[in-house]
Design a protein around this ligand. Structure first.
Ligand code: NAD
Ligand code: UGA
Length: 458
């Protein structure tokens, strides 16, 4: 079949895989190919068991795979043939050398730029899909233009705002598509080609453009603002616990102010996920680089509150369970960093699990989708950890349940049945405030919500 255009995505992870599947679905006249250095991942994308769980993804991949959506291993061939190359490789926090623990590790990114330069034989549009420090596009341009071929690369910034668990909907009905470009004739032409892709299903008013640097920075700032909301509401939870105010009532009251809005005000054991912490730390690093100490300190506070909230949760457990967890059996309800995903990257559950292991508790972890990742996260320290998918079986014989992830199934369990099989006194620590606390208390549990007074029988 003749395709109108060939799009390549380098990096077939969460963002690359899901974004390209949706583009393929919406643009049947474009050929969409993904490549990855991880060949096992490519094999999985070509199998019945995709490498990631995301609601609605299987159906789309099944619909488009082999028609206009392809997962391939020959990067050289695919780079040569592509008109537009999206780069969606990982950009984790650097864990060595200058900027360790703060700056973005751009080695995967740079390697991709060098590969494109090496194999390209015709002009191409390069789209930054990964989240990158502001001004990365100019570094990319310098690497790409350091060639002796007569090939022009136009770099465009098109950050991704999808959230895991709702990624398909976020892509199909985005709040906005952001395209950063250079205001030159080739820059404007490239901008229009990227607009043309999204215009297949996104209305023109929602496709916004800006200069490249604003686009790169907007992505970091969007994540910083979202994470800040979580830290803001979490920072009020200890005050509620001290004063008998209730965080859900406070959140409802402030959220009805249309200037504040009611989303992202759910108190929790702290935000997780592969991006919030890394992107804020990256922002902090850039601010420090430019000598903006007060600004850097301000945003670093968002991460510090998150760490405080995680540790506070563990301390509350220790205090409530008579100051010792040694040999007590604790069941973690959920391990994913949020509901509807198998992803556990930076999940607060990892932190809580490690701390409980330090306290010599025995753990039973249950999660409908994330147990394989949980096993990898705790590899080497999980001698006293069991992984059991059925929550009834998992909580059997435990002293406490701690809710880590807001999976719907945990709201619908028969807690009378669970209570009967647990050691007494039985505790529930609801790290997501998703359960009916009064009902649990009436059954006999000692209940510790977040940001609300505990309901205790003794
Ligand atoms: P990921 O780890 O799931 O996927 C990245 C993929 O890139 C991996 O499969 C890896 O093998 C591959 N890769 C690395 N170097 C490569 C190379 N040189 N050539 C080919 N493939 C290579 O990461 P992700 O979650 O998809 O994130 C990718 C980027 O998107 C990051 O910058 C992230 O900040 C950003 N982002 C992520 C999300 C999210 O929800 N996960 C949302 C928006 C933006
Ligand atoms: C987040 C952003 O929402 C996306 O827009 C962005 O594209 C993405 O990061 C990224 O750059 O990677 P994601 O991390 O997938 O998406 O999920 P969120 O829904 O933002 O949740 C992040 C964390 O905050 C989760 O652990 C979640 O449980 C927690 N959270 C969220 C709360 O504790 N309370 C809330 O009210 C909302």
């Amino acid at each position: 079949m003749q395709f109108k255009k060939k799009i390549l995505c380098i990096g077939a992870g969460y963002v690359g895989g899901i974004t390209m599947a949706v583009i393929a679905d919406k643009c049947p006249e474009y050929k969409i190919t993904l490549v990855d250095i991880d060949y096992e991942k490519i094999d999985k994308w070509n199998s019945d068991e995709l490498p990631i769980f995301e609601p609605g993804l299987d159906e789309i991949v099944k619909r488009r795979r082999g028609k206009n959506l392809f997962f391939e291993k020959d990067m050289q061939k695919e780079i040569k043939e592509a008109d537009i190359i999206f780069v969606s490789v990982n950009t984790p926090t650097k864990n060595f050398g200058l900027g360790a623990g703060m700056a973005a590790d751009l080695q995967f990114w740079e390697k991709t730029a060098r590969e494109i330069r090496r194999y390209a034989e015709s002009d191409k549009i390069i789209v930054e899909k990964s989240t990158l420090p502001v001004r990365t596009a100019s570094a990319m341009e310098r690497i790409l233009s350091a060639n002796d071929k007569d090939v022009h690369f136009e770099v465009i910034s098109n950050p991704e705002f999808l959230a895991e668990g709702s990624a398909i909907k976020d892509l199909e009905e985005p709040d906005r598509i952001l395209i950063g470009y250079k205001d030159t004739s080739s820059g404007r032409k490239a901008r229009d080609e990227i607009i043309e892709i999204y215009a297949h299903w996104v209305s023109k008013e929602k496709i916004i453009t800006s200069n490249i640097w604003s686009s790169e920075l907007s992505k970091l700032v969007a994540n910083a603002f979202l994470a800040q909301r979580v830290s803001s509401i979490n920072s009020i939870t200890p005050l509620c616990e001290k004063t008998e105010a209730e965080i859900s009532e406070v959140a409802r009251a402030i959220g009805m102010d249309s200037r504040i809005g009611n989303r992202f005000l759910n108190p929790s054991i702290g935000f997780g996920g592969s991006c919030f912490k890394k992107d804020i730390l990256n922002l902090v690093y850039i601010c420090r680089y430019y000598g903006l100490t007060e600004v850097a300190d301000y945003w670093e506070g968002v991460v510090k509150i998150n760490e405080y909230q995680r540790e506070r949760f563990v301390k509350n457990m220790i205090d409530a369970m008579f100051h010792t967890l040694a040999n007590k059996k604790i069941c973690l309800f959920g391990f994913a960093f949020k509901a509807n995903t198998s992803d556990t990257r930076e999940s607060s559950a990892i932190y809580v699990a490690k701390r409980l292991i330090e306290e010599r508790a025995k753990l039973v972890i249950t999660d409908p989708k994330a147990l394989n990742n949980a096993k990898k996260d705790l590899r080497g320290i999980d001698q006293n950890v069991d992984y059991i998918e059925d929550p009834y079986e998992a909580s059997n014989g435990c002293d406490a349940i701690a809710v880590m992830t807001e999976w719907d199934i945990y709201k619908e369990l028969d807690y009378e049945k669970i209570y009967k099989t647990m050691n007494k006194p039985a505790f529930i620590f609801d790290g997501r405030n998703i359960l009916d606390h009064k009902k649990l208390f009436d059954i006999g549990f000692n209940v510790y919500p977040i940001g609300k007074p505990a309901l205790v029988h003794f």
